[in-house]
Write a protein that binds this ligand. Structure first.
Ligand SMILES: [Zn+2]
Length: 261
């Protein structure tokens, strides 16, 4: 994995596959200067509102200035080939080109159509086969993980799972994602994915680990974890949970993209 100012590039995929995850570095949202960031922060603290878009927000559905989002999206590699999904925390996977884009994962074997998912704490998973003929991008929050969206995406590949390569991108980590007992209970059968905080009795859920276990159970052997946390590294990524804790009304999104050279 390599990190440029603006993009994280997984190195696990075949040479003919293009894959990257954006960060919040650079970009034009919120007029990304130290001064404006401080101003937005002070407004947020005074009004218990404000928005945390500052940087390279590519989410067009989060209330950010659409001109800024368009400008940011235009800076993405191969931006003209990206299909933007309308994500609903569901289990649907669409094959590109698709007539409906209401889905939380896409699959492509067509060089003209790149897969992409937007996230701000949920787990982005990118997949390709070892030959680089088929690719998929998956938005896996707890709802998607519970609904087996990863398995649904893997089922689209003609290759066997043992011939697939997976990358688990930046997401909220198992030390940062506090949940209530009922949510923790849904995933208690996943090894090392739920723990209870002694001090508060609250639970911590490790979404990237659950994604990893699901991929492994499906028979995928080549799995690379980014080990990057959107909450811990809020200077690099947008985090919905961090924005909520900081009393922001909304935050931006990063995007994870996969396609063909
Ligand atoms: Zn963290």
């Amino acid at each position: 994995m390599s990190l440029s100012e603006r993009f994280i590039t997984p190195e696990c995929f075949p040479d003919n596959v293009v894959a990257y995850t954006s960060t919040r570095c650079s970009g034009v949202s919120g007029k990304a200067t130290v001064e404006s960031n401080a101003l937005v922060n002070s407004i947020a603290q005074e009004n218990d509102s404000g928005n945390d878009y500052v940087g390279f927000n590519i989410g067009a559905h989060v209330g950010d200035d659409i001109k800024n989002v368009s400008d940011n999206r235009a800076r993405l590699p191969c931006s003209d080939k990206i299909t933007w999904l309308e994500q609903v925390h569901g289990e649907t996977v669409v094959t590109l080109p698709a007539s409906s884009i209401v889905a939380d994962a896409s699959f492509s074997s067509n060089a003209a159509h790149f897969c992409a998912v937007m996230t701000a704490d949920c787990v982005p998973v990118l997949l390709s086969d070892r030959r680089g003929k088929e690719v998929s991008a998956i938005h896996a929050g707890w709802k998607g993980l519970e609904a087996n969206i990863i398995a649904n995406a893997v089922a689209h590949f003609s290759s066997k799972p043992s011939q697939l390569v997976a990358w688990v991108g930046p997401a909220i980590c198992g030390e940062c994602y506090e949940v209530d007992a009922s949510l923790a209970d849904k995933f208690s059968h996943y090894k090392n994915s739920v723990k209870q905080k002694k001090e508060t009795g609250k639970y911590l859920l490790n979404l990237p680990n659950i994604a990893n276990l699901q991929l492994a159970r499906l028979g995928i052997q080549h799995i690379t974890q980014s080990n990057l946390c959107t909450y811990c590294q809020n200077d690099l990524f947008y985090s919905h949970r961090k924005a909520t804790h900081d009393n922001y009304g909304a935050t931006g999104r990063i995007v994870s993209v996969i396609g063909f050279r």
